[in-house]
Write a protein that binds this ligand. Structure first.
Ligand code: GLU
Length: 554
């Protein structure tokens, strides 16, 4: 067979010499050890936690080594195409502090290794496929869908390996004339790789995966499709060409690609290129309803979607912190030793990534949020609340915008001192948590303490109001509450009540809870004296008065 002639028959218009691409996209001029990584999302418009997880590893690998992290849109599957894909990816990741150095952008590509949309790289792929045909390493295949389905069925029935290889590769040895005739007859065809692997007695290949260590797998023996009938390449072929020409050094991708690794290794080999370092990440798992580990699912788990975190206003620094924890098993230990250092100073390493599935746990994330948020200055958090409400709670924007100083005072409540309160999780929770500071959201949410009658409560509030002096210091203020407790038959100190419960109706804690209910509407809150200082004299007195009147009215 004259493969040159076959190549010209299949690609009459492809005149590019693939070698030109080697000089168009030369080795990158980067310092020794610098890594080049990429995110290659399909433009489905859905970018999830798993993407963020690998993007974060990509970003760390590149930026920690002084390398480059770029975005390539893998839009070869037109069925799944969604408009504005690059924009969605960029916006979603940007929220979590992940940015690209080059690649597809909201307003076009940047960088010297583009185009960064696979759909715009047709000429490049075709030039390389033509070369493979010229070398006898790829061939046209005219098998129809029905024929392929028939083969699959027979293979299943005979318990043979599925796929196109050996006797099933029926178009492998067509003559030039036959190919020409079938093309003339308008038959559609794909281009398949002519694999050198053996299906009966495969050799084993060894690949060093940066996460999994040395992997040994049977070589590829399938004549896989590299160019579809539409002239568009498959993922296998496109990623090999792209990662070579874009000079990617590390490919971080999900473990679902592990089984096609031998295909990729054979393709790199046939192209005469060195494969990148593969890093196959384990799936994100969660403990499911029945207590066993399972993969996070798009259908069942809203927390898989990145929008979930933006809507609830998870602070990016907290999510980053938690992801690092999931990504590297030694992060937690490092954090304990270095409580105040920015997380980015932690030395991330691919080899410390789990190969058995990182366990994602929302409760744990929430705990991490509390630890991270307690260290973020209140003024910054106040700004964060404004930004969040702008997008996700516009009806409350007026409570935050321009009110940042007031909000910062609220957020700082109980955060100084040796044991700062750690109760801020995310913007939506913070909003609920501090909503009693906003008159339009304030309401009495709980019942009176069991030991306090309605009449007593009204009396306590009346007495409190009568002696209330906004300029009292905390000690004087509380002494007054003890006096009121006394007056109404409640012990001045809880321990007195504990000793002689029959002598009292309750203790000072019950009395202060009534006051707390009036001011905060809840029985749990930061320090009431401090809350009053922030509310101011008038609002404090009004709340006492209103609760008292409502108790009397009922
Ligand atoms: N387009 C592939 C996907 O969305 C990317 C896999 C890779 O990173 O190589 O799964």
């Amino acid at each position: 067979m004259d493969y040159d002639k076959l190549a010209d028959l299949l690609f009459p218009d492809v005149t590019d010499d693939p070698d030109q691409y080697e000089s168009m996209y030369p080795e990158r001029n980067l310092p020794e050890g610098a890594c080049v990584t990429r995110l290659g999302p399909s433009p489905t418009g859905f970018i999830h936690l798993g993407n963020l997880f690998s993007a974060f590893a990509d970003e760390r690998i590149a930026h920690q080594s002084g390398g480059v992290f770029f975005l390539r849109i893998e839009d070869t599957d037109d069925k799944r195409f969604v408009e504005g894909a690059a924009e969605t990816v960029i916006r979603s990741l940007d929220y979590f502090g992940i940015s690209f150095d080059e690649g597809a952008g909201a307003d076009g590509d940047t960088g010297a290794y583009g185009p960064y949309h696979q759909s715009e790289r047709g000429a490049i792929y075709q030039a390389y496929v033509k070369r493979l045909v010229r070398r006898g390493q790829a061939y046209p295949c005219f098998m129809t869908e029905d024929e392929l389905a028939g083969i699959r069925k027979t293979q299943e029935e005979n318990k043979e390996n599925p796929g196109i290889y050996g006797k099933w590769a029926r178009c492998r040895d067509l003559s030039y004339e036959e190919v020409e005739e079938r093309i003339k007859a308008g038959e559609s065809y794909v281009i398949r790789l002519r694999s050198d692997g053996s299906n009966e007695s495969p050799k084993y290949i060894k690949v060093n995966d940066a996460i999994r260590g040395e992997i040994s797998m049977p070589e590829n023996s399938m004549d896989i499709v590299i160019l579809k009938a539409t002239g568009i390449p498959t993922y296998h072929f496109a990623h090999v060409v792209d990662d070579h020409l874009m000079r990617t050094t590390h490919v971080v991708r999900g473990e679902e690609w592990l089984s096609s690794l031998p295909v990729h290794i054979e393709l790199f080999d046939k192209m005469g290129w060195k494969p990148p370092v593969y890093c196959h990440t384990a799936h994100l798992m969660k403990i499911g309803e029945n207590g066993t580990k399972r993969k996070l699912s798009k259908r069942k788990d809203p927390e898989l979607s990145l929008d979930y975190y933006r809507k609830d206003g998870y602070h990016p620094a907290a999510v980053r912190e938690y992801l690092l924890m999931l990504l590297n098993s030694n992060f937690e230990e490092w954090r304990i030793a270095n409580p105040d250092i920015p997380a980015d100073e932690f030395e991330f390493s691919v080899s410390k990534m789990s190969n058995s599935g990182a366990l994602f746990d929302l409760d744990k994330l929430n705990d991490v949020c509390k630890d991270v948020l307690v260290k973020i200055p209140a003024t910054e958090l106040a700004g964060f609340m404004t930004k969040w409400s702008e997008e996700f709670k516009p009806e409350a924007l007026h409570l935050f915008k321009g009110q940042e100083d007031y909000i910062a005072r609220i957020l700082d409540l109980g955060r100084d001192g040796k044991k700062p309160r750690k109760d801020l999780v995310c913007a939506s929770q913070i909003f609920e948590f501090i909503s009693y500071f906003f008159d339009e959201y304030f309401r009495i949410e709980e019942d009176l303490p069991e030991r306090v009658s309605r009449e007593d409560a009204a009396g306590i509030l009346k007495a409190y109001l009568a002696t209330y002096d906004h300029s009292d210091d905390q000690g004087t203020w509380f002494d007054k509450i003890r006096d009121i407790a006394d007056e109404f038959g409640y012990a001045r100190k809880p321990k007195d009540f504990k000793k002689n419960p029959d002598d009292y109706k309750g203790h000072v804690g019950d009395v202060s809870t009534v006051i707390r209910l009036a001011i905060v509407g809840r029985s749990q809150s930061p320090d009431v004296w401090e809350i009053q200082q922030i509310l101011g004299k008038d609002r404090t007195e009004n709340r006492i008065r209103e609760f008292e009147t409502s108790l009397e009215r009922a």
